[in-house]
Design a protein. Structure first.
Length: 204
């Protein structure tokens, strides 16, 4: 009985959320990524770093979600679906390559530069941060989102897709905030980066 009530509740919430996204897609995307970026930073500060809460940093991540992530994702996916309409195998592969390739790199660049600028970093320090952290962050983005989306498309019922992707977005934003605001990369990521460089060297 309790489970059936929970299912009906989630279905009603899902229908309302879907209706809002269809009616106000731009506002919905901006709201979603504002919450995701700010909540991810809050989780990073409170749960992972366990440091004194930095309100300026929190506000900067919210601003990046509102003015960078939300608008970019909204307009990009509208363009992508117009440029590559339908769900043919070729178009699905091309959508995936464009999304996970140049667009993801561009979005991560916007996150690093936007956050650094709003937090008062100098251009030189900001750019050095990008050069030191962006390449391995992109690799980790692929490692995280490829299996997440495979599970989403293969096993998650449609009723729970929004909740699942929202939860995974929060996890990723928490990690992204953690990486962005560390003076140096964690040891395990440095080791991973060295391994990737060795593989690239062997391949070339």
């Amino acid at each position: 009985m309790a489970w059936s009530k929970f299912q009906r509740l989630t279905q009603r919430i899902g229908r309302r959320v879907s209706r809002y996204y269809r009616t106000y897609p731009f506002q919905a995307n901006v709201f979603t990524y504002t919450i995701a970026c700010s909540a991810g930073d809050a989780c990073s500060q409170i749960l992972v770093e366990q440091k004194e809460f930095d309100n300026n940093r929190f506000a900067s991540k919210a601003a990046v979600g509102a003015f960078v992530y939300g608008p970019l994702f909204h307009h990009f996916y509208r363009w992508l679906h117009c440029f590559l309409p339908g769900i043919s195998g070729r178009n699905r592969v091309l959508k995936f390559v464009i999304d996970q390739g140049p667009f993801t790199m561009f979005v991560l660049l916007g996150y690093f530069l936007g956050s650094g600028f709003l937090e008062g970093q100098s251009w030189e320090n900001n750019w050095n941060d990008v050069k030191g952290k962006l390449p391995i962050t992109y690799v980790l983005d692929c490692c995280f989102w490829l299996p997440v989306q495979y599970i989403n498309f293969s096993y998650i019922p449609p009723t729970y897709c929004v909740a699942y992707v929202s939860g995974m977005t929060l996890v990723w934003m928490t990690f992204l905030s953690f990486i962005k605001n560390r003076p140096k990369l964690p040891t395990f990521i440095v080791q991973l980066e060295d391994g990737v460089k060795k593989l690239i060297g062997m391949a070339s």
